[in-house]
Design a protein around this ligand. Structure first.
Ligand SMILES: Nc1ncnc2c1ncn2[C@@H]1O[C@H](COP(=O)(O)OP(=O)(O)OP(=O)(O)O)[C@@H](O)[C@H]1O
Ligand SMILES: [Mg+2]
Length: 500
């Protein structure tokens, strides 16, 4: 065991009404240590972290920071105790500038003669970002001008700026691009080297096993195991998480990449104002798209769904039953044509957070349910979707805002499955979901392929693409630079060569 105990929780407990989210968790985080926190979706990881960082109040139990009683009421109290957290969901405010986001609540640092010195604030923000290796960002622009990955970097810079001793990183890596991940891994390594502490939450087991010195496993709000690095074993960790043995691969087992000959969607478009390229998607095809974050793959998904107004080119959908061609130019036309889109950014694009699970689920299915929407039809649809992916909730009427990150993602995924969309554009569909739910999602994707659905799978997770797709297209600088057919020999390194 390295260093000394920096943070200790004793029987930490959190109730949300009837829900016991965290049940008597006692753990210690040492200096010089990278501790992983793992558990299924809804097992209480974010709630534990949020109590430590003061975003949630404690129902009962104690905490000690540096050996002293620690009862933070605000995030400033946490900051003063040397604790900072990068949250799982969007942690920046769209309408504030990047600089204002970084110094939210700390504006007085830049006050001069009763006014805030914007210039000083902006240059401090620029430096905070440069310190983590993120340059080229105009900090005077509102956060909404930046994509999800970039906004996560702003949050990381903000957490680091105040020089914490304990950094909590909640399920951030899957929201980041490759370069963003490198930034984060380097920061984490630096923390350890400087004798500081990190509490690292992720669903990526290989990543956790590589990064962490020890793992703490939560199940149903309870702490079930501490595992030291020399005892790391993937299948045992999974077993501790779910309470039963999980076996086998969760990707497709076949290497048969045949699919229908009928074209379901043809797009000729340009993203980022560059040369146009063509995407053809057939019935029953799973086409993977990967690349570095700025390669244009996320814009491609948005453009195919009629979301990006600035795109040029055409997207044509070919109706399976009708044979009618439709040009997609707006979300309405995409929905009408039967195109579904799972956005990478679930909080602002995919879900209506204050609305219930049921409302979120049926929203995308409304146009398929006929003119008269019976409450029973809605309930049946919602309850099927909740069962399918084991969405952990108190009822279908619970607001989505109250769900854990992975369970929100399951709602975002489910709303397009079974609503009648024949073409599905999935951008990072398994972001933040646990291994069990991933298995179900992959099985569903396979089943949809078998039923003739055309699927475009955009992902930063290369094993997922290699494991699931009939072919993988690599994008670079707004163009497709390589295509690989499904093959047992396809490796991550072969793909990466064409990404960078
Ligand atoms: N504001 C809230 N109101 C009601 N219940 C909540 C609230 N926040 C969290 N919960 C519930 O607490 C439980 C634990 O959620 P938590 O977000 O801590 O899970 P998690 O382990 O972080 O999961 P994930 O891997 O999906 O992010 C879940 O059942 C969740 O629905
Ligand atoms: Mg969480």
């Amino acid at each position: 065991m390295a260093g000394h105990v920096f943070l200790e929780t004793i029987n930490l407990t959190k109730r949300f009404g009837e829900i016991l989210a965290v049940d008597s968790v006692s753990l210690r985080v040492n200096t010089g240590e990278i501790r992983g926190l793992i558990g299924e979706n809804g097992s209480g990881k974010s709630t534990v972290s949020s109590m430590i960082s003061a975003t949630h109040t404690v129902t009962s139990g104690e905490m000690l920071a540096n050996g002293q009683p620690y009862r933070p009421k605000t995030s400033r109290d946490a900051r003063n105790a040397g604790i900072a957290m990068v949250v799982q969901e969007m942690g920046t405010i769209s309408e504030l500038t990047v600089a204002e986001n970084i110094f939210l609540g700390e504006e007085t640092r830049f006050k001069k003669n009763g006014f805030i010195n914007r210039k000083a604030m902006n240059s401090a923000a620029q430096k905070a970002l440069a310190d983590i290796g993120a340059t080229d960002m105009d900090v005077s622009k509102p956060a909404r001008a930046f994509n999800f990955e970039t906004r996560k970097l702003v949050e990381i810079a903000k957490a680091i700026y105040f020089d914490p001793t304990l950094l909590i990183v909640d399920e951030t890596t899957t929201a980041l691009s490759h370069s963003g991940r490198e930034i984060l891994y380097k920061l984490i390594a630096d923390f350890k080297q400087k004798g500081k502490a990190v509490l690292f939450i992720s669903h990526d087991l290989p990543e956790l096993m590589q990064t962490c010195d020890c793992l703490t496993v939560l199940r149903d709000g309870k702490l079930v195991a501490h595992i030291a690095k020399d005892e790391f074993d993937e299948s045992q960790i999974k077993q501790a998480m779910v309470g039963r043995k999980i076996e086998g691969d969760y990707y497709r087992s076949d290497f048969d990449s045949t699919y229908g000959s009928r074209v379901a969607l043809r797009a000729s478009l340009s993203v980022n104002g560059l040369d146009s390229f063509e995407i053809i998607l057939h019935d029953g095809e799973i086409l993977g798209v990967c690349g570095l974050s700025d390669c244009g793959m996320h814009q491609l998904g948005r453009a195919l769904f009629g979301l990006d107004k600035g795109k040029s080119g055409t997207v044509t959908f070919f109706g399976a039953d009708t044979g009618i061609e439709k040009t997609i130019g707006s979300i309405e036309s995409a929905l009408d044509a039967g195109i579904g889109y799972i956005s990478k950014d679930r909080d602002t694009e995919a879900l209506i957070l204050p609305a219930s699970i049921k409302e979120n689920l049926v929203l995308s299915a409304l146009h398929k349910m006929g003119r008269v929407i019976s409450p029973k039809k809605e309930r049946d649809f919602a309850s099927r979707q909740i069962d399918h992916l084991s969405i952990r909730c108190s009822s279908m009427n619970q607001p989505v805002a109250e769900l854990s990150g992975g369970n929100k993602q399951k709602v975002s995924f489910s709303k397009w499955i079974g609503n009648g969309s024949r073409v599905l554009i999935m951008d990072s569909p398994t972001r933040g979901v646990d291994v069990g739910a991933k298995t179900t999602m992959y099985q569903l994707i396979c089943r949809l392929k078998g039923e003739g659905y055309a699927i475009l799978l955009i992902s930063e997770e290369l094993p997922e693409l290699i494991g699931m797709c009939d072919s993988v297209a690599v994008m670079k600088d707004g163009k497709i630079t390589a295509r690989f057919p499904r093959s047992q020999d396809l490796s991550e390194s072969k793909i990466i060569e064409h990404m960078i």
